[in-house]
Structures are given as C-alpha cells and as structure tokens.
Ligand binder design. Structure first.
Ligand code: ADP
Ligand code: C5P
Ligand code: MG
Length: 219
C-alpha cells in the first residue's frame, strides 16, 4: 500500500517536472559602436524580426535619472552630459533587474541585446563579477562607422531628441570616451574572435541586411 502510494506520488512529480518549462540561461549579444552609429535603430529592427529583448544601458540610465526618488539621478545626469561612463554598480543593477523582470514575465524571453555595454574596463569587470555565471555572452555586434558620421547623426538626432548630450560640446567628449575606453573593449573581444562587424555608415536597410546575415548564421 505504502509502496503504491509512493510510486504514484513519484509518477505525478515526474510528470509535473516533465511539463514544467525549463528556465533558460540568458543568451546575450552585446551591441557596441560609436555614439549615433545606429545601435538603437538596428536593435529595434532586430526585435521586430528575431525574438530578442532590447535593453539599452543608456535608456535604462536615462529612465533611472528621471525617477523622482532615485538616489543616483544627479550623478547620472552629470556623467551623461560629460560623456563619461557611469560607475558600473549602477548600470549593472539596472541591467540585471531588467533581465530578471523580462524573464519573470515570460521564461521564453531569454535572448537579450544589451546595447551600449560594456563601454569601458569598469563595465566589463562589473559584468564579469555579477553576470558571468548567470548569462552567456554569445558575441558582440559592432556597428562600425567614422567619427564624423557619428557626430552628424547625433547632431541631427539632437534637433528632436531632447537629449542633453546630443550637442557639439558633449559629443566631443563622448567621441573621446568611445576612442579611449570603448574601442579597447571591442579590441579585447576581437582577440577572442567574438566580434561581428557591420559597416554602419550606409543606409538603415543596407546595414540591417548585413545584420540579418550575422544573426542568421549565429541563431
Ligand atoms: P545609437 O543608438 O548608436 O546612438 P541611433 O540608433 O539612436 O544610434 O541613431 C542615431 C541617429 O541616426 C538617429 O537619429 C537615427 O534615426 C539615425 N540613424 C540611425 N541609423 C542610420 C543610418 N544607417 N543612416 C542614417 N541615419 C541613421
Ligand atoms: O548609449 P547611449 O548613447 O544612450 O549612452 C548615453 C550615455 O549614457 C553615455 O554617453 C554615458 O554617459 C551613459 N552610459 C554609461 N554607461 C553605459 C552606457 C551609457 O555611462 N554602459
Ligand atoms: Mg542608443
């Protein structure tokens, strides 16, 4: 009798387990490139076509800055205006929360485009200590174009973006930060064979056609 009871319990337990969706480890694509290279534009198109969730570190920081009871709002604003990279403790928390929230709502949403991160050594170290065991970085999608194209696009965007950093003064600093701090991170991933480079200087659709080629090979 006891044996029958136990075996029926174990059958039930295993059938529940069998049906339970298995939580997937987050699969991450880092999206990098100069300011205005078109990261956000291309990520939006990737989301439409492929099952990724787009998380822009810059967007998350701007949202945190706008939260009335944020203790980091002022610091974030001063870093953004100066084109400097916010300390990673702040950024990694925002990213981790956004990833957790996405997967809590839908376990099948485990593919992420993390846009504008890691942007410097501090970002990379923060990711490694907080997330290395929790997520797999599949590759880096690198939108490559000249500084002049970056500046022109940001100034054009500045006519309507309302961003406090889409002006000449901030842009000069952002380009310096990109060259001094972000390029070395891209180079580091290049040495590991993890960078997929797309020529971002062309039109939106031409760039996206190359993005598709990359993603179709990787998926
Ligand atoms: P990022 O996220 O890299 O800063 P965005 O996607 O916000 O860049 O693009 C910056 C600006 O350039 C936006 O105004 C956008 O509409 C425009 N843009 C994006 N991609 C292209 C492109 N391939 N050609 C011309 N303009 C573009
Ligand atoms: O990527 P985006 O252009 O939206 O970033 C805007 C600004 O947000 C950056 O110039 C920087 O000041 C801040 N940022 C950051 N750390 C990141 C991403 C963005 O400090 N990883
Ligand atoms: Mg962007």
């Amino acid at each position: 009798m006891l044996f029958r009871l136990l075996s029926s319990v174990s059958r039930k337990a295993s059938s529940v387990l069998f049906r339970a969706p298995v939580a997937m480890k987050p699969q991450v694509v880092f999206v990098l490139g100069g300011p205005g290279a078109g990261k956000g534009t291309q990520c939006a198109k990737i989301v439409e076509t492929y099952g990724y969730t787009h998380l822009s570190a810059g967007d998350l920081l701007r949202a945190e800055r706008a939260r009335p009871d944020s203790k980091d709002g002022q610091l974030i604003e001063s870093y953004i205006k100066e084109g400097k990279i916010v300390p990673v403790e702040i950024t990694i928390n925002l990213l981790r929360k956004a990833m957790e929230e996405t997967m809590r709502q839908d376990q099948e949403k485990f593919r992420f485009l993390i846009d504008g991160f890691p942007r410097n050594e501090d970002n990379l170290q923060g990711w490694t200590s907080a997330m290395r065991e929790r997520a797999d970085v599949r590759f880096v999608l690198f939108f490559d174009c000249s500084n002049q194209v970056c500046i022109d696009r940001c100034l054009e965007r500045g006519k309507s973006s309302g961003r406090t950093d889409d002006n000449r003064e901030s842009l000069e600093k952002r380009i310096q930060t990109y060259l001094q701090s972000t390029r070395p991170i891209i180079d580091l991933y290049m040495k590991q064979g993890k960078v997929r480079t797309v020529d971002a200087s062309r039109g939106v659709e031409e760039v996206f056609s190359d993005v598709r080629k990359v993603l179709d090979q990787e998926v």
